[in-house]
Ligand binder design. Structure first.
Ligand code: HEM
Length: 403
């Protein structure tokens, strides 16, 4: 994509198997236009991750049903609810890093995956227990397989027992057994009405017309949150280690700040990691009206549009000297809502953006306070695509010492 953008500029059309004609948009002004278009005109690209999560996932919904679902999902991930989750994330970080080797190189990505999966599991279900252990075993290989299959042709009939699609169906069957148990446990809780976990909120909530979410939709949506909520955040954290170990000045300043109780540079560093090492490269849409006008372009119904996030993050007019890793560019100001877009934009903007940023902040703060991280002169890590998210190829290797 980067090569094509260099050759053809910020807007070009591709024919992609399964998706058909796709207009790739790497211009911040046009991205703003896309993100501010009514969801009745631009829906989610088809196919999308709802192939993995199910037809009840927010990824599958457009127009009104999407709006209604987003209203339902927003409160637990709203900025105000974040304080409640901080302790969980600190506990999970301390638990995971207790096993880190002293003075030996290791990849941070697997640890970050554990922390972020445990954090989102506890946020979603409110408690720990045997059922969560089962989900801890089930979800990582399922998401890995599902991410690889997300953009491949799906056979007409899903084989029941054989092949990768059959394996996905088997994961789902096991998952549904666990979710049934967890729903039964929640409903049996005498304090159910006061519970603030995401499952309780979904079970208690009603749409404007008084109807409730179906059992299948709840299962699909919980899976969406668990899958969308952990790999992306873990990948960004692994990149954070990759970046700060290669920038000793930034690392030293981060340690000093964490020791003194500050947070401004850490927040800016997280923004800069997300800009310079964007883990989800696209925000995709599907054109509903007969024609959709985007600047000088006219895009017919049925085509797709992909906002090329990585390209926009490298735009030198918005981010001078974009190759330079420089958290200072985010000190003292908010990033532009249409040029700094790791979470996409508009009505489909990531539900978990505030949660992810809070989580990355707490994980980094906890690690900086408890470990000394060695710097390295190794060249920048190569990019690796896991299917949906990009990670550092070496998994964000570090050498640490307990403080
Ligand atoms: C650093 C971490 C994360 C990144 C980079 C990320 C990125 C994204 C992006 C690019 C989109 C598409 C937005 C668009 O089309 O405009 C998205 C959607 C979504 N994300 Fe995230 N995400 C992250 C963390 C999370 C977390 C923690 C959760 C859940 C708690 C989550 C749940 C979702 C959901 C449900 C959607 C679909 C929204 C919709 O279609 O309305 N994400 N995310």
């Amino acid at each position: 994509m980067q090569r094509l953008a260099r050759r053809h500029g910020n807007v070009f059309t591709l024919n992609i198997p399964i998706y058909g004609r796709v207009v790739v948009v790497g211009d911040p002004q046009l991205a703003k236009h896309v993100f501010t278009t009514s969801p009745d005109e631009l829906g989610n690209i088809k196919p999308n991750l709802s192939r993995l999560f199910g037809s009840g996932s927010v990824f599958a919904l457009d127009g009104d049903p999407h709006r209604r679902r987003r209203r339902l999902l927003a409160p637990p991930f709203h900025g105000k609810s974040m304080k409640n989750y901080e302790t969980i994330i600190e506990q999970e970080t301390l638990r995971e890093t207790a096993g880190w080797p002293d003075g030996e190189a290791f990849a941070t990505l697997p640890s970050m995956m554990h922390i972020t999966l445990n954090a989102i599991l506890r946020a979603v279900f409110g408690a720990d227990g045997a059922e969560l252990d089962e989900l801890r075993r089930l979800i990582p290989p399922w998401v890995t397989l599902g991410s690889r299959l997300a953009a491949l042709p799906k056979p007409e009939r899903t084989p029941i027992r054989f092949g990768p699609w059959g394996r996905l169906a088997e994961y789902r069957r096991k998952y549904d057994v666990v979710i049934d148990k967890l729903i039964a446990i929640e409903k049996a809780d005498p304090n159910f009405a006061e519970r603030s976990d995401v499952l309780a909120l979904l079970l208690r909530s009603t749409y404007d017309d008084g109807t409730v979410m179906s059992r299948k939709d709840i299962g699909d949506e919980l899976l969406t949150l668990l899958a969308a909520g952990h790999e992306t955040t873990a990948s960004t954290l692994a990149w954070a280690f990759e970046r700060i170990t290669r920038h000793p000045d930034v690392l030293a300043a981060l340690v000093e700040e964490a020791d003194n109780g500050g947070s401004e540079l850490r927040h800016a560093t997280i923004l800069e990691v997300q800009r310079a090492r964007t883990v989800i490269d696209f925000a995709p849409r599907h054109v509903f009206p007969e024609v959709y006008e985007l600047g000088e372009w006219v895009i017919p119904r049925g085509d797709s549009i992909i906002v090329h996030i990585g390209r926009i993050h490298e735009n030198p007019d918005v981010f001078p000297d974009p190759e330079r890793f420089d958290p200072q560019r985010f000190i003292g100001g908010k990033p532009s809502a249409f040029a700094w877009i790791p979470f996409g934009g508009g009505t489909r903007r990531c539900v978990g953006a505030a949660f992810a940023n809070m989580e990355m902040d707490v994980v980094l703060r906890t690690i900086l306070r408890n470990f000394t991280i060695e710097t390295t002169t190794a060249p920048a890590a190569k990019w690796h695509c896991r299917g949906v998210a990009f990670t550092p190829k070496d998994g964000g290797r570090v050498i640490v010492h307990r403080r």
